[in-house]
Design a binder for this molecule. Structure first.
Ligand SMILES: *Cc1c(COP(=O)(O)O)cnc(C)c1O
Length: 430
């Protein structure tokens, strides 16, 4: 890689000291790439087999219009998702507008007025809190008299088995919610092995309880997915991992047939539920994006590992640390300073293929309480399987870096962001 690194070092006028750190980071992270490639290969083969088994064909790539009756492209895509996730049923739709929407239709589909549901991975993702509501805000679960309880992970970011057992014995929970990726929190993301253990544990105490996993950012990072280790239903976004950077929009829900159907009643309407939705121009990029997704996830993971290595060498705490086992593509870099977070985002923005000339600013976004700063000059608006960085403007001012269609692009952006931090450090020690 030194040809390319040399160019960057020249262009950015990097000092000898920082240059050394860059080369060390490249060498050290390379050692960790073997395992990433193993997993990518495994998942690529799994996806290829699902395409072949379901006889995907050129005709399926063209979308339908109107009601979308008999859209065999949509149906085949859903069969493929079903097989990959080892589910009984999947819906993969362009009219699921985001990850939040996918999560919402599951919760509204499966919970009834008077129900309580339980989160066991700490406070849910910011936008999910808006769905849950606090004081019967219009449209929220709270307005329907659906109650939410929450158990934090332990200090070590593991499930609190004792608390879970206590609550499950105390109260009836029709649904338990687990968020695999850490979101904007300081805890770690949850490994498939740990999801497996907790699913077994929950089913022993309360076999009726539905286990629902927010799978956003987790797809194809490990060799197994949540349903094959005991979860009942999962949801995620196609402008994250499974869209492979090509899917133009969309989300998915997969799991037990009965539960996925209930979610589909909320997506459309009872009676028409999963049988309508014209795919328009959705199918081609959804198929192709899924096919290349393991490769893109591999690029993103290599970029994340390089970034984690580089920024820890620059003296920042990173989560996960470079050689920690990963279950999602998100790389946290704890900056502890609002100005640094802004400058970090600015450096990443200026490294992007599109909109490299604009400066990101923190602003209020629908679904978020704190102002959020986001950077990413992406081909698909808001796509975070493409290189992007974001973070809420709150302590400890963590930059959440994720995605990257090209590992080399992530390397460049990380070096550029690192330069800002490195120069700050040199200045402050003068
Ligand atoms: C991105 C994300 C969501 C929400 O997805 P949107 O597409 O932004 O609505 C929910 N949960 C987690 C863990 C996420 O990473």
């Amino acid at each position: 890689m030194s040809l390319f690194i040399k160019e960057i070092i020249n262009d950015l006028k990097v000092t000898d000291k920082y240059e050394k750190i860059i080369y060390q980071s490249i060498e050290e992270s390379k050692i960790l790439f073997n395992n990433i490639e193993e997993i990518a290969g495994f998942n690529q083969y799994k996806i290829l087999k699902a395409f072949q088994k379901n006889k995907a064909t050129d005709f399926h790539l063209n979308g339908s219009t109107g009601y979308g009756y008999g859209d065999t492209g949509r149906e085949t895509l859903e069969e493929i998702y079903k097989d990959i996730f080892k589910a009984e049923k999947a819906i993969v739709r362009s009219n699921i507008v985001s990850g939040t929407h996918a999560l919402a239709i599951v919760l509204f589909g499966l919970l009834k007025p008077g129900d309580s549901f339980l989160s066991i991975s700490g406070t849910p993702y910011d936008t999910l809190l808006k769905i849950i509501g606090k004081n019967k805000e219009p449209g929220t679960l709270s307005e329907l008299n659906i109650n939410h309880d929450c158990i934090d992970l332990t200090q070590e970011s593991l499930f609190d088995f004792q608390k879970i057992a206590e609550l499950l014995k105390e109260k009836k929970y029709p649904l338990i919610c687990i968020q695999r990726s850490k979101g904007y929190s300081s805890r770690k993301s949850i490994l498939i092995d740990d999801i497996k253990k907790v699913c077994q544990f929950i089913k022993e105490i309360s076999p009726e309880t539905i286990i629902f996993i927010d799978n956003c950012y987790g797809e194809f990072v490990e060799t197994q997915e949540p349903i094959e280790v005991g979860a009942d239903i999962i949801a995620g976004s196609l402008i994250k991992n499974p869209g492979g950077g090509l899917a133009l929009r969309g989300g998915y829900v997969a799991g037990k047939e009965e539960f996925v159907l209930k979610a589909s009643y909320r997506l459309t309407a009872p009676g028409i539920h999963e049988d309508v939705t014209s795919a328009l121009d959705f199918n081609r990029t959804a198929f192709q994006g899924l096919f290349i997704s393991p490769l893109i996830v591999e690029q993103a993971l290599k970029g994340a590992i390089f970034s984690s290595t580089l920024f820890s060498k620059l003296g920042f705490e990173t989560t996960p640390s470079p050689n920690e086992k990963r279950t999602d593509i998100v790389q946290g870099i704890i900056l502890k300073d609002p100005e640094l977070l802004k400058e970090f985002c600015n450096a990443v923005q200026s490294s992007c293929p599109l909109d490299s000339f604009v400066r990101p600013t923190a602003s209020q976004l629908p679904g978020y309480d704190d102002a959020v700063i986001m950077a990413g000059g992406t081909f698909i608006q808001g796509s975070s399987i493409e290189l992007s960085v974001d973070g809420p403007m709150r302590d400890p001012y963590t930059a959440y870096l994720q995605g990257g269609l090209s590992f080399y692009h992530v390397v460049y952006a990380a070096i550029k962001a690192g330069l800002v931090l490195f120069n700050k450090d040199v200045k402050s020690s003068d």
